[in-house]
Design a protein around this ligand. Structure first.
Ligand SMILES: [Zn+2]
Length: 249
């Protein structure tokens, strides 16, 4: 009886050893894969012209230059972000549809007027085929929603357009942070984030991909970064020219 108890105890010890061994073996393997994937995404982000200093790791995502979001588990394009072609863009035009369907999440219905005004700005750009359309259906291209946790000084965030021609799929708005801004500035934040979803990067950020035919700096660009609450509230002449250049009729 005593021996049997000893045996059971031994088996238990072995079982624990085996379990902890296999755990130890598993953990580094997982981590390695993750690190490799992270490196790929980091390399991709840098291939778009961003520098280490602009890239912040935040949970499952990288946030670049304040408000452009990349999932750490994103599928990196096979061409590793080499663009097909001073308003800057990420090299990936939205080609899936000229009408980009926007779904307004219930969290942000109180800002419906600002969303309408932001959409109108893009839709009114002369000689551009880009049109945002609101939808209440279950099929949509962009979901706009409130997230008040994206950062104490981050007014909004968005995914950039993707290598397969789709608009960035989510816009997050820090409603708590911008609620005391003017209507025009709240609209600016939304207009700016929609700009990211159709490939625009920050005009005041150096990168290798110029929008064809639109050079130079532009203090009045709505796509200047880091200007929430104080920046341009309407698309500038150059913003419009850049949009028409990327998305001609
Ligand atoms: Zn931005």
């Amino acid at each position: 009886m005593k021996n049997q108890f000893k045996n059971i105890a031994l088996i238990a010890v072995f079982a624990i050893l085996i379990t902890s061994c296999s755990k130890k073996n598993d953990a580094p393997a997982d981590q390695e894969v993750k690190t490799e994937q992270n490196d790929k995404v980091l390399a991709y982000i840098k291939s778009l012209g961003f520098t280490d200093g602009q890239i912040v790791s935040s949970g499952d995502r990288y946030v670049v230059d304040g408000d452009m979001v990349f999932d750490k588990n994103m599928e990196v394009p096979a061409d590793n972000g080499q663009p097909k072609t001073e308003q800057y863009y990420n090299g990936y035009l939205v080609t899936a549809a000229n009408n980009i369907r926007v779904k307004v999440d219930p969290s942000i219905t109180s800002m419906a007027a600002e969303i309408d005004a932001a959409i109108l700005q893009w839709n009114n750009v002369p000689n551009s085929k880009i049109k945002f359309v609101l939808t209440t259906g279950s099929t949509y291209d962009i979901l706009i929603k409130v997230d008040n946790t994206i950062g104490s000084s981050t007014c909004g965030q968005a995914y950039l357009s993707t290598s397969n021609g789709k608009a960035g799929s989510v816009v997050w708005i820090n409603q708590e942070l911008i609620k005391n801004n003017s209507f025009a500035q709240r609209t600016r934040t939304i207009t700016h984030e929609f700009g990211h979803t159709i490939s625009f990067k920050h005009t005041n950020q150096s990168t290798s991909i110029d929008v064809p035919g639109v050079g130079g700096t532009d203090a009045s660009s709505l796509m200047n970064g880091g200007q929430c609450g104080s920046g341009a509230t309407v698309l500038s002449t150059k913003d419009k020219q850049a949009t028409a250049a990327l998305y001609p009729l």
